[in-house]
Design a protein around this ligand. Structure first.
Ligand code: GTP
Ligand code: MG
Length: 137
């Protein structure tokens, strides 16, 4: 479809990058159709990242994602999921291409500034995890 889901993660919020990241997102042709400033509970983060529950970094990931507020948003654009993954860059900022959001704003593979859905199916699941129908415009 033409939608993806993103979070500006606690590191980028703490480092003052909300405005710059949103600017990059909209300048790249994404329309914000839903957005909120919120904080994940431990239960939220465990559910959101359940697919990674067997990975060695799962505890660290949950700890980090609950460590402060985030910005959650649903974005609309043709080819949204793939184009947004390109815009954010590789998971590890050291491997992220020049000009990508993670290259510019991430500090490490764990604290990597933004989330982007990895499939249309997950974009829909993750969007409805955070937003009800009447919060999407
Ligand atoms: P997301 O958009 O956040 O899903 O990132 P991704 O799709 O690029 O990576 P992936 O889904 O494989 O991993 C999810 C998140 O787990 C990453 O964004 C990191 O925050 C974290 N993560 C992945 N690998 C590591 C690791 O080796 N160490 C730590 N501490 N965190 C990791
Ligand atoms: Mg992922």
């Amino acid at each position: 479809t033409n939608r993806t889901f993103t979070m500006i993660k606690p590191d980028a919020v703490k480092n003052g990058h909300i405005g710059a990241i949103l600017e990059k997102i909209t300048a790249s042709g994404f329309n914000i159709v839903a957005m909120k400033y919120t904080q994940l509970s431990k239960r939220d983060a465990e559910q959101f990242y359940a697919i990674h529950s067997e990975r060695p970094f799962f505890g660290e990931l949950v700890e980090f994602m609950t460590s402060g507020p985030i910005v959650a948003a649903i974005l609309e654009k043709d080819n949204a999921v793939d184009d947004f993954r390109t815009l954010i860059g590789a998971t590890n900022p050291e491997e992220a291409a020049e000009g990508t959001i993670r290259k510019l704003f991430a500090t490490s593979i764990g604290e990597n500034a933004v989330h982007g859905s990895d499939s249309d199916e997950n974009a829909a699941i993750e969007g409805s995890f955070h937003f009800s129908g009447r919060e999407i415009f």
